[in-house]
Design a protein around this ligand. Structure first.
Ligand SMILES: [Zn+2]
Length: 303
């Protein structure tokens, strides 16, 4: 038997739930949202956006990872360059013609086409047609205000941290050897006392992560209490374990966009974790993961 159980208006958005019994006690629910009654608001990137489907609108009744917004950009207008730090996004163009800008790439897109935008890449879309540009913006994991910034993460020209520059140098050295581009340096009193990069592929040794290589190169240094460990990528649990074990008080990372790592674990043990959101580090890893998904999944243990 099928019957409507709820029809309501929430912030102007009509939602209809239908419930039907299947074999006695099992109940399934159909949820319908209605685009006609969607409220639109100008958002941070200057597009007109209606949140068509977001799991947080529906409490326990919906447990999807993604959210879907209905976006509109007037003729002759463009959205502002912006970046989703951790979520990926897909635009599905419903109406109009546009120029899509992602990182350094620009391509024309039109109705019926879909564009994928990786996390951490600066993006904007220009309406180059005569009519309103309309598209669906699907975000996974679901859109969160704190995940979106205007412009792009810090670029190397704005970042003058010489130790991160050295860690990046190590990462690129690893890449040139056919390895995974993650680099690390250990700093004490403004001086680099250890350095290394991921050499898992080069040496056929799963334990040689960048931070481990770096700590091994520093040798026995006694106390780490006045040391800072730099890494181009948020340390994994293996390396975070070493940080906690040796009581290294501070870790500075290039980014945690391409890999979430063990920030929560380190902070819960009192480690100060600074994330620079460094565009060079993000691009280095994005490019590597795109070209070597198998190697990367092996590295993080998700084969
Ligand atoms: Zn690691």
């Amino acid at each position: 038997m099928r019957m409507p159980v709820c029809q309501g208006v929430h912030q102007g958005l009509t939602r209809t739930f239908h419930s039907f019994d299947k074999e006695g006690d099992h109940t399934a629910t159909m949820l319908i949202t209605n685009i006609c009654s969607l409220p639109y608001q100008e958002v941070i990137d200057k597009s007109l956006l209606g949140e068509l489907f977001h799991p947080k609108q529906f409490g326990d009744q919906v447990s999807t990872r993604y959210s879907i917004a209905h976006a509109r950009v007037a003729a002759g207008q463009a959205t502002l360059p912006h970046t989703l730090l951790r979520s990926s996004e897909v635009y599905y163009i419903l109406q109009g013609e546009a120029m899509m800008h992602i990182g350094n790439e620009t391509e024309p897109v039109s109705a019926g086409q879909l564009v994928y935008i990786p996390p951490g890449e600066v993006q904007f879309i220009e309406n180059i047609g005569d009519c309103e540009l309309i598209f669906l913006a699907i975000v996974d994991p679901a859109w969160r205000a704190e995940d979106e910034i205007l412009g792009q993460p810090v670029s190397s020209s704005e970042d003058h941290d010489p130790f991160m520059t050295e860690a990046i140098r190590e990462a690129k050295l690893g890449l040139s050897e056919g390895g995974i581009p993650i680099g690390s340096v250990l700093v004490r009193n403004g001086e680099i006392i250890g350095r290394g990069h991921n050499r898992r592929v080069q040496e056929g040794d799963p334990m040689i992560h960048a931070e481990i290589d770096c700590l091994q190169s520093a040798g026995r240094i006694g106390s780490y209490k006045d040391c800072t460990l730099y890494s181009t990528l948020m340390p994994c649990h293996l390396c975070a374990g070493a940080v906690v074990q040796f009581q290294i008080p501070e870790v500075v990372v290039g980014e945690s966009v391409t890999f979430e790592g063990a920030a929560v674990f380190m902070r819960s043990h009192g480690v100060r974790v600074v994330d620079l959101n460094h565009q060079d580090c993000i691009s280095l890893m994005n490019q590597f993961i795109k070209e070597n998904p198998q190697l990367w999944n092996e590295d993080i243990g998700t084969l």
